[in-house]
Ligand binder design. Structure first.
Ligand code: SAM
Length: 284
């Protein structure tokens, strides 16, 4: 029998544990932890998507697909990137998936079933979504009007280049900045930094920015192609074209005073997406 034929073998560590029985308790604790995380994510996914039943079949299927297949949502929860008790501004929020996920997190935590192995639940204090497309805003509002939405999210239909940004501790911008030109990207990020600087200094103040890495020719080309197709279907007039290589995104954020680290964020997809976790630290 080969090691790979043994049950539960997934990586090198598991094999070690099977060879050495002394490591078995650690292995079973880890698999219990994984199972709890898996079950919790399934529950969050189902609950967040279910809110869109009120917004129509398209909105519900879209929510199920995107929350399930795009690695960023689960990762934000499991990594604890969404902070705790932050006032959240979600720029280019689409149909407000993040608001629904935050509410599902609040409900799961409130029921006492938040996995012990996960970081603190985000328990966002407020959520404000900014979105250009009226139909997306309608869907977001319909989902928010459903039962048990203690977060009471607000959505504004406005161009992010002109939107006022309230003081906050967390700004989320997922796959949006390439819709506007480089000058507009820089101007918006400057205003984002200023909004975060007005946030509560005793809390972490953070921008979560997902971008495509234009230096990764193949993955970036795939995401541009998909984006253009989706953009056309959704009735956007301007195709999303203004990318930058990852190093240029990081340099831009650093020039603005952010402390940045990057996390690959396209697992299981053909894209070259990267999540930039950018913190405002020690700026006056
Ligand atoms: C790829 S989608 C991402 C949606 C959402 N962030 C998510 O991850 O589910 C990009 C979104 O940005 C919005 N958007 C594009 N240009 C915008 C602008 N100038 N102002 C506000 N929203 C914009 C689009 O309408 C679209 O909903």
């Amino acid at each position: 029998m080969k090691l790979d034929d043994l049950p539960m073998a997934r990586d090198g560590d598991d094999r070690l544990e099977r060879i050495s029985p002394a490591l078995a308790p650690a292995a079973s604790a880890r698999s219990a932890r994984d199972a709890a995380g898996e079950a919790a994510w399934r529950e969050l996914h189902t609950a967040a998507a279910a809110r869109y039943r009120a917004a129509g079949r398209f909105a519900w299927h879209f929510a199920r697909g995107k929350l399930g297949r795009d690695p960023v949502f689960r990762s934000l929860v499991e990594r604890g990137d969404l902070g705790h008790r932050a006032r959240v501004v979600d720029i280019g929020c689409g149909q407000g998936l993040l608001a629904s996920l935050l509410q599902a997190c609040a409900n799961l935590a409130g029921s006492g079933r938040w996995p012990l192995a996960w970081p603190l639940p985000p328990a966002a204090a407020t959520y404000h979504g900014i979105e250009l497309m009226p139909r997306d805003v309608q869907r977001a509002r319909a989902a928010a009007a459903g039962p048990a939405h203690s977060l009471a999210p607000t959505f504004e239909c406005v161009d992010m280049r002109r939107a006022a940004l309230p003081p906050c501790e967390l700004v989320v911008i997922l796959d949006v900045l390439h819709y506007v030109d480089h000058a507009a990207q820089s101007a918006l990020l400057t205003r984002v930094r200023d909004a975060l600087l007005q946030g509560r200094p005793e809390m972490p103040r953070r921008l979560l920015l997902r971008v495509g890495d234009a230096a990764s020719a193949r993955g970036f080309a795939v995401s541009q192609w998909v984006d253009r197709a989706v953009t056309l279907v959704r009735g956007h007039r301007v195709p999303p074209t203004w990318g930058r290589p990852l190093a240029a995104w990081v340099a831009l954020l650093q020039e603005l005073g952010f402390v940045v680290h990057s996390v690959p964020m396209s697992q299981g997809t053909p894209f070259a997406n990267v999540l930039l976790v950018a913190d405002v630290v020690g700026l006056a």
